[in-house]
Design a protein around this ligand. Structure first.
Ligand code: SF4
Length: 423
């Protein structure tokens, strides 16, 4: 879990600071909250957009609140995000906290008015609309996240997210296209479609369009957008049109981050995931056959309750079986209120040890991926001085400066990044 990001102007102590924890959806919403707080004439305040995906994330939220109060003794401390949505009273009880607002409320300007009630957190399960806001871009970011969907109708047994974000709801395609037109017109080189359960986009819209139809519409109606990327998705729920576009269009980034979670059928069943080991492997092979340059990443959880050494072996072997380049390895973290927290737990020491072995398998996979690039050249998007990313999400440290799109030649790697120079 990354430390909360502060945009550059915070260093001069911006009047209203926004600290963002957690996922890309939070990052997008923080950008929207910046405009909403301004609209409400909020001043001398710190907004903390929290995450609840793990116990560690909630601990960091509390830590950030205490630090903000120390650093800004007279500012208003407003806490929002999934941790505040799931357990508002525990944050309201913190002496450092001025107000707590929910995930739906944070997308309304009036919630930031100084007169608003101290705790404003509605039942997130009753929310039916996405509250999308047009943004112009992200401070200093070459890659801009656009929310197309929120919430989730699934109930994976380890996951607390639906309790923070509610049920699935989609932003209308027209609004999304307008948003992306605006970003492309501002010269943004890359847009990332993001949501909680991206592949459920459209299920609640008239005619139930699928994510593939949305991507096709964006590529057609925003011809000046250089690259469209998809954030994490439930690969098994990819529709045929989406598969076609991801594997055929060079304006769709050759990178898929899969929400696989495990590699053993029994554990996948106990997680209430919707795919089997064989289905995951078959899909990855089909994607790689259709577009060999595509890179695959996945979220994987080690130490899920009842996981035996045999189950764990199937988790480890899914890395190679799916040809993954990036592995986000998570030690299982019981979330109070989820079914998995009530299952027989694996010993903490064993959970940590297995997560370390999974990370090692991930490091070896990344090493193979980076080795395959050494000696070659590719166009990258410069994110900051000396750092760029390739379309397949490979990070590059390079000499020779420059910005925007740069042709780069790769001479080696450090196990994490390619090392290169402007070609
Ligand atoms: S699909 Fe499962 S893991 Fe993903 S947000 Fe929904 S409940 Fe959580």
């Amino acid at each position: 879990m990354n430390a909360p990001t502060k945009p550059p102007e915070a260093r001069q102590r911006a009047d209203v600071e926004i600290l963002t924890l957690g996922c890309r959806l939070n990052a997008y919403e923080s950008e929207a909250m910046r405009a909403l707080a301004h609209e409400a004439a909020l001043s001398n305040a710190v907004i903390i957009n929290t995450c609840a995906v793990t116990g560690e994330a909630v601990r960091q939220a509390r830590q950030s609140i205490r630090r903000a109060r120390r650093e800004r003794p007279d500012a208003e401390i407003i806490v929002t995000g999934c941790a505040a949505q799931i357990d508002p009273q525990s944050f309201a009880a913190m002496p450092e906290v001025s107000r707590v607002i929910g995930n739906a409320e944070k997308m309304r300007a009036e919630s930031f008015a100084q007169t608003h009630e101290r705790v404003a957190v509605a039942d997130i399960m009753s929310v039916r609309e996405t509250a999308s806001h047009l943004i112009d871009g992200f401070a200093e970011r070459t890659r801009v996240y656009v929310q197309v969907q929120n919430g989730c109708d699934h109930r994976c047994t380890f996951c607390i997210i639906p309790y923070g974000r509610g049920n699935s709801r989609s932003s209308p395609a027209g609004e999304i296209v307008e948003q992306i037109k605006r970003l492309a017109a501002n010269g943004v080189p890359e847009v990332v479609l993001t949501g909680v359960d991206l592949t459920s986009w459209g299920a609640d819209l008239p005619g139930q369009p699928q994510l593939g139809a949305l991507v096709a519409r964006i590529l057609k109606l925003v011809p000046d957008l250089p690259l469209l990327r998809l954030s994490s998705l439930d690969a098994i729920e990819m529709d045929n049109q989406l598969f076609e576009l991801v594997t055929q269009s060079d304006r769709v980034a050759p990178y898929l981050h899969l929400s696989l979670q495990h590699g053993d059928d029994m554990i996948l069943k106990r997680m209430k995931r919707r795919h089997s080991r064989a289905q995951a492997i078959e899909l990855c092979q089909r994607v790689k056959e259709a577009r060999p340059e595509i890179a695959l990443g996945a979220d994987l959880i080690a130490g899920f309750p009842t996981e035996t050494e045999e189950h764990f072996a199937n988790l480890l072997s899914i890395v190679d079986a799916c040809g993954l380049a990036y592995v986000h390895a998570f030690p299982f973290s019981p979330r109070e209120g989820t079914p998995a927290a009530r299952m027989p737990q694996v010993e903490r020491r064993v959970v940590k040890e297995r997560a370390a072995r999974l990370r090692e398998a991930g490091a070896a996979a990344l090493e193979r991926h980076l080795n395959a690039w050494v000696g070659r050249e590719e166009m990258g998007v410069v994110e900051r001085d000396g750092f760029a990313r390739l379309p397949d999400f490979t990070p590059v440290q390079f000499s020779g400066g420059g910005e925007g799109h740069r042709r780069l030649r790769f001479t080696g790697h450090d196990g994490q990044h390619l090392i290169g120079a402007a070609a």
